[in-house]
Write a protein that binds this ligand. Sequence first.
Ligand SMILES: [Zn+2]
Length: 394
Amino acid sequence: MIMKTGDQNLVKKLNKSIVLDILQKQSPISRAQISKTTGLTKATVSSLVSELMNESFIYEIGSGESKGGRKPVMLYFNKNAGYSIGIDVGVDYILAILTDLQGNIIDQTEMTFTTSLRNEIIEKIKNTISYLSSRCPTSPYGIVGIGVGVPGITDINGTILFAPNLDWHNVALKEELEQTFNLPVVIENEANAGAHGEKVYGAGKNVSNLIYVSIGTGIGTGIILGNELYKGENGIAGEMGHISIDPNGKKCNCGNLGCWELYASESALVQQATSLSTFNENYDITLELLCAAAHEGNGEVLNLLNTIGDYIGLGITNIVNVFNPKQIIIGNRFSKLESWIANPVDRVIEQRLLPQHQQSLEVTFSHLGAYSCALGSAAFSLSNFLSHHKMSID
Ligand SMILES: [Zn+2]
């Protein structure tokens, strides 16, 4: 879009934003190519390029003669102009990454814990931020922001309103981290962050309407409609783990009965595995142990995974009936179970869902594995930083 009239400063900002976008997506690219692609004049492109170069967002390589004539000077997006920290806070783990401006993971750290005390967990989050900050290479902008995905519902002020599996209420995490680190902080529900990660870097790159189903200790969903994260009136949409699939079922931490996550999550899987004859009380049953048993062909474990897969398929059927998405992405810890749960999920969908829904539906597993949430969280901070700079003019 090129504006010819109107506020000249706004026009310049929009054009700068267009030029930086192209450089991010298509670099290396020459000034002439940018001019051709955007329709902006060569003089305008040159002036915006020198501004972006002064701001360290781009650099140029190559000049001089070759047999075929003068080689154009190519412009490169400087992905190392700054870095972002993305943190996936689970119910019993923290996975934290440091990325460059294109989302490449430069460094990472992870830990598990058994506490749910908020001060202890927040202390651990701060320690991982300090650690990754100390690992950050020298760059013009340094760390540009911190994104944190949390297993609970958050409001637009970055307060965790309720995290059922940690029993946290009203934790002002954004405020606390911003005070400690003096950097912009984004707090988002982990499934929303995961959906964003898959949309920007993973399985959902070219899909406009997708639902990311994050299956770990609980189940959360991130809803992307028309390329935008749908958050609802109060920012808490997507709590589909708490859709009741059995009105007289087990009691859930959320207060409801028979919630989907009580039948189809990691907690459900591990809890049901305790009654299998394969494992006596000496076993510490984990997802990894069950994966290993499934790999060895343990019939009891395979049956259990099949049952869990049926329940996952049942919930997905409900989701598709509401949203008619192009893509469902199963992510978080259960992306490890693709070999065993893909078939039952597909079978249930085929049996229960209207053929009209099935025509365009694609059910896939996360391409980013355990990193969807951390990458999505880092990407929120990156886009805030870049959009701020795109719109600032000397
Ligand atoms: Zn519930």
